[in-house]
Ligand binder design. Structure first.
Ligand SMILES: C[S@@+](CC[C@H](N)C(=O)[O-])C[C@H]1O[C@@H](n2cnc3c(N)ncnc32)[C@H](O)[C@@H]1O
Length: 334
């Protein structure tokens, strides 16, 4: 993709002021931006001369943007083209890490890039790969068995018609489902073109994106591995865009910050270790003004926690979302 197109598809960073206001008391150290994207968050944090940024992104198409920041900020900025779940594979021992930030989902340029085939609003080959993927959405809809498709649509998309849509896809794919519009047509046939407030294809496209990019394990291990490398007093801040992501992030912070076993009816249970201090139990949401300027910010939620103790035990977290992690294993059939 050339630079002119990238400029037209500039991503507006979501909840930027709110994020800066929660992390700025920690200024003067290293910040990790797990989702560099168009560099909106990273550039803003680098405006403070005492800060250093290490950014991750799995999409190699953002390397050009990262080079511009490198030129401007030199040693204060580094970019790693890796998935954020691998955050603990980098030697960060010399860094004074103050906060690790996630802005989940897709940048505007990824959504509008028809070769990525991410959105039903942009015609293009069914692909959905963010970067560093093992398979595409094309592989999933053309090769996966009906029961697996049904599970993906149900658990990752909460699609009520998951079973019939899976059946219809298997019937129709004799002709191959190549483009985003081919899949939209099949979904419309099942839903009989009844467009509600939500587009007929929203949930199916969402579930395929989550599956193709292994977003559930990325998020779960991204959070766990970030926690492991974060010193006490450091912060993890996460912006989510859909309910599945938010459910995972909310559980991670709440479960490890509240003492749920402290009920007087359960005196024999040991007190659960608290790993985070939460300043807000409720997520921070975009203002009406932000939504007016950037409507795609409307579903964003920002949650954050300050690390107060160490732990290596995340079994409860893993057990809670095992059913979602197991869906990823279906890709072995591809
Ligand atoms: C919403 S955009 C981030 C926008 C950024 N905050 C900005 O202001 O420009 C999300 C970015 O995260 C990247 N991403 C998503 N999941 C990732 C993962 N598991 N590992 C690394 N990068 C990921 C995507 O490729 C995308 O570029």
């Amino acid at each position: 993709m050339n630079a002119t197109i990238k400029l037209e598809q500039k991503h507006i960073p979501v909840l930027l002021d709110e994020l800066i206001s929660i992390i700025s008391p920690l200024y003067g150290g290293t910040f990790i931006d797990c989702t560099f994207g168009q560099g909106g968050y990273s550039s803003k944090i680098l405006e403070n001369k005492n800060n250093k940024i290490i950014s991750f992104d799995r999409d190699e198409e953002v390397i050009d943007i990262s080079r511009k920041l490198k030129k401007k900020f030199g040693k204060k900025f580094s970019f790693i083209n890796k998935k954020f779940s691998e955050i603990n594979s980098i030697d960060l021992t010399k860094e004074n890490i103050r906060a690790i930030i996630f802005d989940l989902g897709y940048s505007t340029s990824q959504i509008k890039n028809s070769s990525k085939g991410i959105s039903f609003n942009y015609l293009g080959k069914l692909n959905m790969k963010m970067g560093l993927n093992k398979f595409s959405a094309h592989d999933v809809v053309n090769k996966m068995d009906e029961i697996s498709l049904h599970k993906i649509f149900k658990f990752y998309g909460d699609e009520q018609k998951s079973k019939i849509i899976a059946k219809k896809i298997v019937l129709e794919r004799k002709k191959k489902i190549i483009k985003t519009e081919d899949l939209v047509k099949i979904i419309d046939l099942v839903k009989k073109h009844k467009r509600t407030k939500t587009h007929n294809s929203t949930k199916i496209f969402q579930s395929l994106r989550i599956f193709v990019n292994e977003e559930v394990s990325q998020l779960i291990f991204g959070l766990i591995n970030s926690f492991k490398i974060l010193p006490i007093g450091g912060m993890i801040a996460v912006v989510t865009f859909h309910s599945l992501e938010d459910k995972i992030v909310k559980f991670f912070f709440r479960n490890y910050s509240e003492n749920k076993n402290s009920s007087r009816y359960l005196p024999e249970l040991s007190q659960k270790k608290q790993l985070f201090k939460l300043n807000n139990k409720k997520p921070i949401l975009p203002s009406w003004n932000e939504i007016k300027i950037n409507p795609s910010s409307r579903s964003a939620k920002l949650r954050y926690g300050i690390k107060i103790s160490n732990s290596n035990d995340f079994n409860e977290f893993l057990k809670k979302f095992e059913y979602l992690l197991n869906i990823e294993k279906l890709s072995k059939k591809l």
